[in-house]
Design a protein around this ligand. Structure first.
Ligand code: DON
Length: 450
């Protein structure tokens, strides 16, 4: 027993709540998929620290089917870039079923990479050479997202290859419009193979967590794709991942997600969690009925809706004051008066653009006179992204131009190396190891020479 078992309990609770749902049917247009157990139901959650939680049949293997699409789209984007990929496949929700002839009027370009038409084109875009065949690249990529070596269910592949005329027809149709760069039969066969890659609900949660974590697999620590590609894939999943119910899903569940006809379903809570479900009974749009219900409830319970992301007030700036109230302030009247003119701002945590704005606003609020110095204490800051740093440097540079001296308590160089800070702020910002030392020096500066 452990404290974090409470997370597993939450999953078990949802599992118990929805395990009795009997609505929906297994997909039978790929005959081999009817061999799955309709009672199977697994849930999994993986955090950004790579902690993994699961309930039910979370280790039961099934084939990815359409869940493969966003990850192969990621591979195409990583190989060719968004502009080139977008020449071949769009990013507009089609409002149609997954197997519809969703081709843009005029260009013939498939609507997006989540519907079959777009996914076949995306697969065809993956570089293919004798040394590195496209499917090898795809399998390696899917495996890196999952953090373990995945394999192909040959029976499911054979079953879809034998019955998949609609996809082959779609591929020929797309080629006739000029938007399929390779042989239709070969493209569709590679696509069928990626759909037949086997994984578990836990694997799906790791794959979703990798997208949620900006392209780094939180379990293996490996960077699989760039943060830009991860964001692009999540954006298309949010608008197109659930086909003609994408709008309703985004409205109610509020997460980028992808379903597959074998019953797999994953959703990504950006910077929070990867979630997944497996249950083969599907609704009319090809989504797992229990999976939909469980991930919807989980999103609500954990407050994961993308549009419900309240900033926590006061979580960045921990102190806005003047140096005379610091415990280290001297007791003499004159020295105290000098310390009173020194502003102090302390920040904590990881700084992004939003947090950096709070810090700059606090700098403005601290101290009494514009010309008085201000100390920015960054000891409790754990990191700052490049946007936050650029904004902080620009703010400090502005302060200097306006004649307000600033000093930083920054033994960990959170503001960046001194050379960079000098270049960006146009000054040699005094740096101190402690707040007391900084307060002492700034008070002296207020007093002036002598
Ligand atoms: O191409 C097909 O029809 C299947 N291999 C995959 C479709 C699918 O998973 C649709 N998603 N819910």
């Amino acid at each position: 027993m452990s404290a974090s078992e409470a997370v597993t309990d939450a999953l078990r609770e949802l599992h118990a709540r929805f395990a009795g749902v009997r609505e929906g049917r297994q997909a039978d247009y790929i005959p081999e998929l009817t061999r799955s157990d309709p009672d199977d139901f697994g849930l999994a959650l993986v955090s950004m620290d790579g902690h993994s939680y699961s309930a039910g049949a979370a280790d039961t293997p099934f084939t990815l089917q359409s869940v493969s699409k966003p990850f192969v789209y990621a591979l195409a984007l990583a190989s060719l870039g968004l502009d080139e990929v977008s020449r071949w496949v769009g990013a507009e929700p089609s409002g149609e079923a997954f197997n519809a002839i969703s081709l843009e009027p005029g260009t013939g370009r498939p609507a997006n990479a989540m519907v079959n038409a777009g996914a076949i084109v995306t697969t065809a875009l993956v570089p293919d050479s004798r040394e590195q065949p496209a499917f090898g690249r795809i399998l390696t990529c899917l495996s890196r997202f999952a953090g373990r070596k995945l394999d192909v269910d040959e029976d499911v592949h054979g079953s879809e290859a034998a019955t998949g005329d609609r996809n082959r027809a779609l591929a020929y149709l797309i080629r006739s419009t000029g938007t399929l760069p390779v042989d239709p039969v070969a493209a569709v066969d590679t696509y069928f193979r990626q759909c037949a890659v086997r994984a578990t609900a836990v694997d799906l949660a790791v794959m979703a967590a990798t997208l949620a974590y900006g392209g780094v697999n939180p379990v293996t620590g490996e960077r699989v794709v760039s943060p830009e590609v991860a964001a692009q894939v999540l954006a298309v999943m949010a608008t197109c991942g659930m086909y003609d119910s994408s709008g309703d899903w985004l409205l109610r569940v509020g997460l980028p997600a992808k379903s597959g006809v074998s019953g797999g379903l994953l959703a990504a809570g950006p910077a929070r969690f990867g979630l997944a479900a497996y249950s083969p009974l599907l609704d009319a749009s090809g989504t797992s009925v229990r999976g939909h219900a469980a991930l919807g409830a989980l999103s609500e319970r954990l407050g994961l809706h993308l549009m419900k992301n309240p900033a926590l007030p006061g979580s960045t700036v921990t102190l806005v004051t003047t140096a005379d109230v610091l415990p280290s302030a001297p007791s003499g009247r004159l020295a105290r008066a000098l310390h009173e003119r020194v502003g102090v701002v302390a920040a904590q945590g990881a700084l992004d653009f939003t947090a950096a704005e709070r810090v700059l606003y606090a700098l403005d609020e601290s101290g009494s006179e514009d010309a008085d110095p201000v100390i920015l204490d960054l000891r409790e800051v754990t990191g700052a992204d490049s946007d936050a740093l650029a904004l902080l440097h620009a703010g400090l540079s502005r302060l200097a131009r306006e004649g307000r001296r600033a000093a930083v308590v920054d033994p960990g160089d959170r503001l960046g190396p001194p050379d960079l800070v000098r270049e960006r702020t146009g000054q040699d910002l005094p740096r101190f190891g402690s707040r007391e030392e900084a307060a002492e020096q700034c008070a002296r500066a207020v007093a002036g020479p002598g």
